[in-house]
Write a protein that binds this ligand. Structure first.
Ligand SMILES: *[C@@H]1O[C@H](CO)[C@@H](O)[C@H](O)[C@H]1NC(C)=O
Ligand SMILES: *[C@@H]1O[C@H](CO)[C@@H](O)[C@H](O)[C@H]1NC(C)=O
Length: 356
């Protein structure tokens, strides 16, 4: 997302106090300066934050305090089970957060023609979690400059499908997508179909160079240079692709149908309105600020779905979603969204690759 959607980010604010820090009860509304200051200290230690100057530190402290108010406002309007409060993004203003982690330039509409078609199979199970089948690769971190969430979501989708349909575990290169899409401006943002179109055009994806060592693996496959939160000229090597896709399908805007495809075929990429996630700690998000009317601009991967105890009031059905903000955010890098109400516009742009 880009500056175009900033106004929507700046709407909700200043409703008063109460928020839930990790593992604690809701704090009283009269949080003292000393308590606030102590929380900021703990935040700095927990997330290894350092600031250049005393002024910068003061500024970040005031942003931190505003963000706690924002969390309190979100908490007050939460209809699911999510808690909001201190996260590793608590020292960023909404504008900074949007510029850092947003994704999608609005100028890129989905391709017109329908691409592949996944056979639908029913009935589906009540719950499904591809993590439990070892199909999902590790949670990644997109960094703080490159707007590459769409490339991470698409590559995780392809990795999962290669696990599920080809029984071939692979770490594939996100950097290759960022570098080789549209003449190499991948850090300006994109949509998941941009990634799939680039992978088809390239004839596949190379392996990701995860750690130091040789440039070639045991099978003679050349690695693509590791992701570095920046964009470069395309460095693909001919014939070095380690995984291909046939095509991809843009699914109907229907959560039932998305769940059917998740259960019978595998994870599905989605693009959501993500603004409340800056303050998300855990639980199932169902919130007015994320009611599906806002423009979705953050790409993620749906890896499963579930049902809560039906006797519990509020949110019951949910999506399990992998994010690309590292494992020290949300539920170990994942979050859950209410299923059945188009929460955060989850049903707007569901897309998956096909590998068989
Ligand atoms: C904390 O940050 C410093 C400097 O930014 C870095 O050198 C160090 O490795 C970091 N430590 C951890 C545990 O992330
Ligand atoms: C993929 O990378 C992870 C580290 O993120 C590593 O543990 C795993 O073994 C790698 N898988 C393959 C198939 O290379």
């Amino acid at each position: 997302m880009g500056p175009a959607s900033l106004p929507a980010c700046l709407m909700v604010l200043w409703w008063g106090w109460v928020f839930a820090p990790p593992g604690q009860a809701i704090l009283p509304p009269d949080l003292s300066m000393t308590q606030l200051s102590q929380m900021f200290q703990e935040f700095m230690i927990q997330f290894n934050k350092t600031y250049q100057s005393q002024e910068e530190r003061h500024h970040r402290f005031s942003v931190f305090a505003q963000n706690l108010e924002m969390s309190r406002a979100l908490q007050a309007s939460e209809l699911g089970t999510a808690t909001y409060g201190v996260t590793k993004f608590s020292d960023l203003t909404e504008g900074e957060f949007a510029l850092m982690l947003g994704a999608s330039p609005r100028s890129s509409p989905p391709p017109r023609q329908k691409q592949g078609r996944i056979p639908r199979r029913g009935p589906r199970p009540h719950s499904c979690d591809w993590r439990k089948h070892g199909a999902i690769t590790a949670v990644k971190h997109q960094g703080s400059w490159c707007r590459s969430c769409w490339a991470f979501a698409a590559v995780s989708n392809i990795e999962a499908l290669w696990n599920i349909h080809r029984h071939a575990p692979r770490n594939l290169s996100v950097q290759e997508v960022v570098d080789c899409v549209r003449g190499g401006d991948g850090c300006k943002g994109g949509y998941t179909w941009d990634a799939f179109l680039a992978v088809m055009k390239q004839g596949g994806l190379m392996k990701d160079k995860v750690g130091p060592g040789d440039d070639v693996d045991d099978d003679g496959n050349t690695f693509y240079p590791a992701y570095d939160d920046g964009e470069h000229a395309c460095r693909s090597k001919k014939g070095a692709a380690a995984a291909q896709i046939l095509d991809f399908e843009i699914l109907p805007r229907d959560e039932e149908e998305i769940a059917n495809v998740v259960a019978s075929h595998g994870p599905v990429t989605a693009i959501i309105y993500w603004n409340p996630l800056q303050h998300y700690q855990n639980g199932i998000v169902k919130i007015k600020e994320c009611d599906g009317t806002a423009w979705p601009d953050h790409a993620v991967l749906i890896v499963g779905y579930g049902e809560e105890n039906p006797h519990r009031p509020g949110a019951k059905n949910y999506w399990i979603i992998q994010n690309s903000w590292g494992t020290n955010w949300g539920e170990k890098g994942y979050f859950r969204l209410h299923r059945g109400s188009n929460a955060c516009s989850i049903a707007k742009f569901p897309v998956t690759a096909r590998v068989t």
